[in-house]
Design a protein around this ligand. Structure first.
Ligand code: FPP
Length: 254
């Protein structure tokens, strides 16, 4: 890969979309699309590390995805469990820390157990981070954070008068995860679909027309190159950034 090593995004978040359409185009069952999607997941985890991306967040299952037909949900859970069984040793070998965001306790016992095992086995690694968003929704995350914040106020641990983004964002699931620098969505759809809405406030966005099973290391490298060509202004002017006359990013981002 020829990507310049300077200005690599620290955190890339990906909405992996298009498994179903990939299968349909080939006259295959949707599950086959998800199976191929898992192969892409493996390749992209490796590619991210090779490129120097320290945080990779994958939107693997939204809260809404759990409402899909039971057969599809159960097949996705099976794939996740199988993936974790096979991949945890690879994560350990490559010193990648696995974390999750979302209500994983509502997932079936099999994948939940494998997740807990992988999280525990990798918790001391710091250089590389894989975050799986599972049964995740940004609005639920915000409501959970508001509840936890209100409880902290009631217990006297927070003063509402001191509330700021940097104090409140400590109650999000992503409290100790930096904001994404780059958000990629595959399949040509141009929506955020309830994914990291607050955290992506200043993320650069790239919408790839490729369906997720067709996404590759080369496509990730190309997205990083496009990111490197963009000027991130964080609401300031290009001139301010050039002369270093203003702080960056703004104080309101953690
Ligand atoms: C979107 O395709 C993809 C999903 C809802 C699930 C993504 C899950 C995986 C890639 C596999 C499991 C994950 C891991 C980490 C092992 P879609 O079904 O919405 O596609 P469509 O929009 O074309 O129907």
């Amino acid at each position: 890969m020829q990507t310049a090593s300077a200005n690599i995004p620290n955190h890339v978040a990906i909405i992996m979309d298009g498994n179903g359409r990939w299968a349909k185009q080939r006259g295959l069952p949707r599950l086959e699309g998800h199976r191929r999607g898992v192969e892409t997941v493996r390749a992209i985890i490796d590619a991210a590390r090779e490129l120097g991306i320290r945080y990779l967040t994958l939107y693997a299952l939204s809260t809404e995805n759990l409402q899909r037909p039971p057969d599809e949900v159960s097949a996705l859970m099976g794939l996740l469990e199988h993936f974790l069984r096979r991949e945890t040793k690879v994560l350990i070998k490559n010193r990648v820390r696995l974390r999750t965001i979302g209500h994983i306790e509502a997932l079936p016992a099999g994948p939940c157990r494998e997740l807990q095992h992988a999280i525990e086995a990798t918790r001391l690694f710091t250089d590389w981070n894989l975050v799986l968003a599972l049964n995740y929704g940004s609005r639920t995350e915000l409501v959970d954070a508001a509840r936890a914040y209100a409880a902290a106020v009631a217990a006297g641990r927070e003063q509402p008068g001191d509330a700021s983004w940097s104090t409140f964002s400590r109650y999000l699931y992503t409290a100790d995860i930096p904001d994404p620098d780059l958000l990629i969505r595959t399949s040509g759809e141009t929506r955020l679909s309830n994914f990291l809405l607050m955290q992506c406030a200043y993320a650069e966005m790239i919408f790839s027309p490729l369906l997720w099973p067709d996404f590759s290391k080369a496509e990730l490298a190309a997205a990083v190159e496009e990111y490197q060509r963009r000027e991130r202004r964080f609401g300031l002017t290009g001139e301010q950034l050039k002369t270093g006359a203003a702080p960056r990013p703004p104080a309101d981002t953690p």
